[in-house]
Design a protein around this ligand. Structure first.
Ligand code: PLP
Length: 371
């Protein structure tokens, strides 16, 4: 089976992991936590970086640190992984779910602007499948309306927009280091920001609301969202190898683009002007396909030993979302229905990419039959 994703763990990860193990510092104190944070700072250009135990807790910490609270409206895109939505509920805020752009699949700034009310406090954009949202337009809107700009950059480590890196494009940004991400620590996450006050709060909240110097004195209700030194050891190695890992992923995406070529039956995510996406999971739309037709393509690939995934379902379709929050987002719905994510990982061979492309082209119906 060609999996959709596979971590690339090598001798450096092994060396650092064993070093952390042998040192006895296996919980959240230890040199690798600080090393990973320094590496993240230099990779993202963000002045402050704090690691935590996954990308979902990173979102929770970011919302809390930024002061988002009960009753606040937070504007999010409908096409994202459910964690973005869940984090808004964690702080008792109200998600206002808006549509995405047909081109980049990321949150539509015009839809954001139209959704602003007197209760809106934040825009939580998502860098979908490695492409940054339009932070130039979002920044203008946020500034005009006095809103916080938060980036769920779980999928976009290594991406840039007008030469600024993901992690430094919003007031506060979050990352995931789950096993399928560009950089992994097994489970892991991080919050980056240019605001010292946000960073201080993140550090406190991830560690039980601990006072900075006074032991066993907890100033606020906090959480145990700490990353272990063991995970940070893997993360440090991965961050040191980020250039190499991203280059290999880029080779995979370049191959897909070359081999799939211009084909009216397939529409890749378009790249915005000034954006350099990070090659996370190469995803394409099957022009005009119904959900059932797309699923048949996934099944056809599976029968040839190739794992693929549907693009995310809409967050408002989750059963726990109240009826009054179930916005209509027709563009996201179309992308979600048509979209398929293909195997993308650093060690994917050229031969395997060719196999995937032949299988995909063979499985996709002619455009006249879809729609
Ligand atoms: C857009 C997005 N946000 C948040 C998360 C949550 O990250 P984690 O799985 O590390 O909690 C993920 C990934 O899984 C994601 O893709």
């Amino acid at each position: 089976m060609i999996p959709v994703s596979e971590p690339d763990l090598g001798p450096l990860e092994r060396e650092y992991l064993l070093d952390a193990f042998d040192s006895g510092w296996i919980s959240s104190r230890g040199e690798y936590v600080e090393r990973a944070e320094r590496q993240l700072g230099s990779l993202t250009g963000a002045p402050y970086a704090a690691v935590c135990n996954n990308g979902t807790t990173a979102l929770h910490l970011a919302l809390l640190a930024a002061g988002v609270s009960r009753g606040d409206e937070v504007i999010i895109p409908s096409l994202t992984y459910v964690a973005t939505l869940n984090a808004v509920y964690y702080v008792d805020a109200v998600p206002v779910i808006v549509d995405v752009l047909d081109s980049t699949w990321c949150i539509d700034p015009a839809a954001v602007e139209a959704a602003i009310t007197s209760r809106t406090t934040a825009i939580l954009a998502v860098d979908l499948y490695g492409q940054t949202a339009d932070y130039v337009a979002l920044r203008r809107i946020a500034d005009e309306h006095g809103l916080l700009l938060i980036a769920d950059a779980a999928e976009s480590l290594g991406a840039t927009l007008h030469s600024a890196a993901a992690g430094s494009l919003a007031d506060i940004s979050t990352f995931s280091f789950f096993g399928n991400k560009v950089i992994t620590s097994g489970e892991g996450g991080a919050v980056t920001t240019n605001r010292e006050d946000f960073h201080t709060r993140v550090q406190q909240l991830r560690n039980q609301g601990n006072h900075a110097t006074q032991r066993y004195f907890h100033e606020v209700v906090g959480f145990n969202y700490r990353m272990t030194n063991i995970a940070a050891a893997i993360l440090t190695a991965q961050l040191e190898r980020a250039g190499e890992l991203i280059t290999q992923r880029r080779r995979v995406v370049d191959d897909y683009e070359r081999l799939l070529g211009p084909d009216p039956r397939l529409q890749p995510q378009q790249i915005a002007t000034g954006a350099v996406p990070t090659p996370w999971i190469y995803s394409v739309r099957i022009t005009g396909a119904s959900g059932a037709e797309r699923d048949r393509v996934i099944d056809a690939l599976a029968s040839q030993g190739i794992e693929s995934r549907p693009v995310f379902p809409l967050v408002q379709d989750m059963p726990f979302v109240p009826a009054n929050q179930r916005a209509s987002t027709p563009i996201a719905e179309k992308i979600s229905r048509e979209g398929i994510s293909l195997p993308t990982y650093p060690r994917l061979s050229g031969d395997d990419i060719a196999t995937v492309c032949v299988a995909l082209r063979g499985a996709v119906p002619p455009t006249s039959l879809v729609g």
